[in-house]
Design a protein around this ligand. Sequence first.
Ligand code: SF4
Ligand code: SF4
Ligand code: FES
Length: 238
Amino acid sequence: MSETLRVSVWRGGADGAFRHYEVPRHASQTVLDVVTHIQRRIDPTLAYRFACRVGMCGSCAMTVNGTPRWTCRTHVDAVAAGGALQIGPLRNLPLIRDLVTDMREFFDKWARARGRFEGERTRRDDFARVEPGSPRRELAEAGIECIGCGVCYSACDVVAWNRDYLGPAALNRAWTLANDARDVAGAERLRAVAGDAGCHACHTHMSCSERCPKRISPTAGISGLKRASAAAALRGEL
Ligand code: SF4
Ligand code: SF4
Ligand code: FES
């Protein structure tokens, strides 16, 4: 193993460029460790985002050697071909500066997809009881661990072609809620995701599912939304 990593990091806004750094290599080093070393020891003006460092908050996603990844759980040894790393911001999102993207459009799309729980019980009602093994509960379970990192959104070519497309994360969230037995938004949520920029725009490329660090398959959820919204349309509910 070489003692030094050659690292290129995107600096500036959309018209910026990669700048080169040399970073000492060590065992069990993550890509986030490399970025942190540059910011703390070489160039304190470097802007990047992280919080938990343990794969829970979803804020550290970047493009590493051309592929979107969560950087706190990506080991340098797994990705540094020939001791070289290229680290850029997530694609498909407006760039604020350096490695920091503006996530507003990403989360605005969750809102457009009605990606929030809508219940009808009050605190005076009894708890809802959902069978752990029921088919709907298992479908909801499959997508519930999303941490909103944006990796899938960055990997999706349909988002790149059509910036109005809701994207894999918002649609995965909508499918999770569509299978939550306590949620009452039903047909309104299906209406929100069934338009031109919704689930039917997905080309089933699978890039989102291949890249998701939580091993979620937004593609499967989007297929579920396609079936559910088509069935609702046939019943005259949309
Ligand atoms: S499966 Fe659909 S949402 Fe996922 S990357 Fe492909 S086009 Fe995008
Ligand atoms: S579905 Fe996966 S890749 Fe997409 S935002 Fe959620 S955790 Fe990240
Ligand atoms: S810093 Fe929280 S997921 Fe990476």
